[in-house]
Design a protein around this ligand. Structure first.
Ligand code: KG4
Ligand code: ZN
Length: 395
């Protein structure tokens, strides 16, 4: 089974080619990040993200197919599909039509069994670029489409092991797994009964933790995306080994549910910075910046970890998988591993390899593979695919 996976839910355009036999082989992986584009504005604007996806997606398809040895020149594979039909699919992505036409006129239909595409959650204008591309590819090549939930991609990335450079396998893990999903748009605890069957047991009531990192970074004058930048400063502070003089709240730490809230923490940080600058009538100093970054990271990560531990205990999960951009946070990783070892010995905690933590198309292909393997994969008539910005993992 060989598939081409597409990811365009936020600010990364990704195409990957995966094949699954005894193991999963990554044949091609092409990724274009829009970070430099969005960094100028301090965040992601959906219309700009959409345009950037539409510019990049066809070159990335060629790149990934080329890596997999599937980009073979041959005149016209459009066959009976008319250009008008492609135009009717891409009414809102007119810039894609010419690129797709040239692509189909130049290259042979590759040997692929499926197209897997992110259908949500995410920014709908961005999602539609991937979805409409999938519709066109599926129609011209006459192959089925597997719709994928982006968050399922984040769940599965920690559950694989690398066998060699390009070969992976799913670990034999005891279900249910507890998934801690932490990204720019989501903060969720999800009980995973098997891949394809999820129960959300808690989520953020306002900002996602990655979003809070991004906003705090902006307050501290750090570039987008803020997570890695804030975390780097926090690490500098901890290396000094001095107590932190700034204390920030731990919202919902003791609430009996598994929900989170990061908006109050962000506001507390804003007031703290305002008080400092007003008192001293100057910009915050570098030492204060690293101290504030550490105070924020301490507070945010403590809440994530405490609730995760309590959920693992209550639901008797033997394995915790962490996914999403914030899974790349070294402090979260070290603290979670240390606290699990101390408080829940016997429970294992798995993180994705860093290149798989932030958005990419490999995770989308892996989610499709996981479902093929456990028999829960469903295809959908390409022309009925729709973007759903709020798609949930719960049924
Ligand atoms: O999963 P992702 O790539 O995109 C979404 O689906 O949202 O996550 C991006 C988020 C951003 O908010 C970014 O600041 C955060 O993940 N992030 C981090 C780290 N690396 C990325 N947050 C904290 N520490 C990090 N090392
Ligand atoms: Zn994501």
């Amino acid at each position: 089974m060989k598939l081409l996976a597409i990811e365009t839910s936020c600010d990364e355009t990704g195409i990957s080619i995966l094949s699954q036999a005894d193991h999963i082989t990554l044949g091609g992986n092409a990724l274009a990040s829009q970070i430099a584009l969005h960094a100028q504005y301090g965040g992601v604007f959906p219309a700009m993200a959409k345009r950037a996806h539409a510019e990049k997606i066809v070159p990335l398809i060629k790149e990934a197919l080329g890596q997999a040895g599937l980009l073979i020149e041959e005149n016209s594979t459009l066959g009976t599909v008319s250009l008008d039909h492609i135009k009717s699919i891409c009414t809102h992505e007119a810039e894609l039509v010419t690129q797709l036409e040239v692509f189909f006129n130049t290259y042979k239909k590759p040997e692929l069994d499926y197209i897997a595409v992110t259908v949500g959650p995410g920014l709908e204008p961005a999602l539609w670029v991937g979805i409409n591309t999938a519709k066109v590819l599926a129609t011209v090549w006459n192959i089925p489409v597997i719709p994928v939930n982006h968050m399922e991609g984040h769940v599965v990335t920690a559950a694989i092991e690398r066998l060699d450079d390009n070969t992976f396998a799913f670990k034999d893990l005891p279900f249910p797994l507890l998934a801690l999903l932490v990204s720019g748009g989501h903060t969720e605890l999800v009980l995973t009964k098997h891949f394809g069957d999820y129960q959300k047991i808690g989520q953020t009531r306002d900002d996602a933790v990655g979003e809070a990192f991004d906003k705090v970074a902006r307050m501290l004058g750090l570039p987008y995306p803020g997570g890695p930048a804030v975390s780097k400063l926090a690490k500098e502070f901890r290396a000094l080994n001095t107590p932190n003089t700034f204390e920030l709240p731990r919202p919902m730490l003791h609430s009996q549910d598994y929900d989170f809230s990061f908006s109050g923490l962000k506001t507390a940080m804003l007031y703290m910075i305002r008080d400092l600058t007003e008192q001293n009538t100057r910009e915050i100093a570098d030492e204060e910046k690293i101290t504030l970054a550490a105070a924020f990271e301490d507070a945010a990560i403590e809440v994530l970890i405490k609730k995760t531990l309590r959920a693992a205990d209550e639901f008797h999960t033997q394995t915790i998988v962490v996914g999403g951009g914030v899974a790349g946070n070294g402090f979260l990783r070290d603290q979670l591993i240390a606290l699990i070892a101390k408080k829940l010995p016997g429970v294992s905690v798995l993180f994705p390899e860093p290149w798989l933590a932030t958005d990419n198309a490999v995770m989308i292909g892996l989610a499709a593979c996981a479902r093929v393997l456990n028999g829960s994969m469903q295809t959908q008539d390409a022309l009925t695919l729709k973007a759903n910005g709020n798609l949930s993992l719960d049924k």
